[in-house]
Ligand binder design. Structure first.
Ligand SMILES: [Zn+2]
Length: 196
């Protein structure tokens, strides 16, 4: 509600029309209170507009430009909120693990990005989607040392070695979207895409 009101005030077209409609009767009331002939105040205002350094048409041009700018802004805003089908792609299976994520929009740039990317606990009794990286173990392989990352489920406390890692899954998600081979896994759209 308050959002709409703010929008109304900011729209120069509506403000201009309201001013045009209400100025004559208001100036008439003012004339009546002052006990001066009707139109006196309106004529004064009009003369000020015509004779003043700031010509009336400048104001009209100003309102026209402001209207044009707000129309373009509204169009850009609309484009930013088009619900994209990939926003319903929020899970995939890689190896023995299911990965889940949400979509988030940057407030400033309006860029949409993957957020809260996490492997899901494979324990079917648990189905928890927050298993966290608990430790890294090093493994000596001749001259080389490799590292294995362990994840632990915050509910069932089981420990897992997850197939794949964040940046790798992120690439797979992006590749599938680019190739249009993703499968929608939810009907829900993220909060930012539900607007308008
Ligand atoms: Zn679990």
């Amino acid at each position: 509600m308050s959002d709409k009101k703010e929008h109304w005030i900011k729209n120069p077209w509506i403000v201009g029309v309201v001013l045009l409609v209400f100025t004559p009767p208001l100036s008439g009331i003012w004339d009546f209170i002052k006990g001066i002939p009707y139109w006196t105040t309106l004529t004064t205002i009009w003369n000020w507009f015509v004779n003043c350094e700031l010509k009336l048409w400048w104001i009209l041009v100003y309102f026209f430009c402001m209207g044009l700018i707000s129309a373009i802004k509204a169009e850009i805003q609309k484009k930013r909120y088009i619900p994209r089908t990939y926003l319903r792609f929020t899970a995939l299976k890689y190896g023995n693990f299911k990965w889940k994520w949400t979509w988030a929009q940057d407030n400033l740039t309006k860029d949409i990005d993957i957020s809260n990317l996490t492997p899901v606990c494979p324990n079917s009794d648990c189905n928890n989607n927050s298993i966290y990286e608990s430790r890294t173990a090093s493994k000596k392989d001749g001259r080389f040392t490799s590292y294995v990352k362990y994840h632990t489920c915050s509910i069932c406390n089981k420990e897992f070695v997850v197939d794949g890692h964040d940046s790798m899954i992120r690439n797979i998600i992006e590749d599938r979207i680019r190739a249009n081979t993703f499968v929608e896994t939810t009907n829900e759209l993220p909060e930012f895409a539900r607007k308008s």
